[in-house]
Design a binder for this molecule. Structure first.
Ligand SMILES: [Zn+2]
Length: 190
């Protein structure tokens, strides 16, 4: 699938909005991505997982790991496509950790995925959690890369769509200056 085909799926599901948004981080943005609206359709989730698994390619990984909550379904579908297991990390006292009895073999090769990569921060935290559990992360992936391709994890990384999303402080937001009201995504009725 091409990037345009991927983004069409997002637009059809109202998962990629263009306008003036107030993000939970407090920043203002020209685009908003909500992968859960795409992943609510199991057949679409499966298809995207298959596409991402193919794009990541053969790595020898025997497990896919994602940060909860956003990455859980992505890990599940990429793991399904690659015929391996899917685990997720959770925050415990602020620190990303494998819980629930999840474990890795010493040196077990792993792929880390998430729904949207922005700076790579949560993927890096998940990589650290995998390494602390004894695994070795060999590749990373996300459905969407909203860093414009600039997020660098030091390992091979794949994304189904790469976007450059502009973020602004309220004081510097051109939409605020133009008097366009900011929308808080998820809070508006559809
Ligand atoms: Zn603004």
């Amino acid at each position: 699938m091409t990037q345009d085909e991927i983004l069409d799926i997002f637009r059809r599901n109202h998962a990629l909005l263009e306008g003036h948004f107030l993000l939970t981080s407090g920043l203002h943005s020209d685009r908003y991505i909500q992968c859960a609206l795409v992943l609510q359709h199991p057949e679409v989730a499966e298809q995207l997982g298959r596409e991402l698994a193919a794009k990541i390619g053969k790595t020898g990984a025997t497990v896919v790991v994602a940060p909860a909550l956003g990455g859980v379904l992505v890990a599940h579908e990429v793991a399904r496509a690659q015929g391996v297991r899917a685990l997720f990390t959770e925050r415990q006292e602020g620190r990303m950790t494998l819980r629930r009895g999840f474990s890795l073999e010493p040196g077990e090769p792993a792929i880390v995925v998430e729904d949207v990569i922005t700076t790579g921060g949560s993927t890096l935290e998940t990589i650290r959690a995998v390494e602390e559990a004894g695994g070795k992360v060999v590749a990373a992936g996300s459905l969407v890369d909203r860093s414009g391709g600039s997020a660098d994890l030091g390992i091979p990384r794949a994304a189904l769509a790469t976007l450059t999303v502009q973020n602004y402080d309220e004081q510097r937001c051109p939409f605020c200056r133009a008097g366009i009201p900011a929308v808080k995504p998820g809070s508006r009725e559809k």
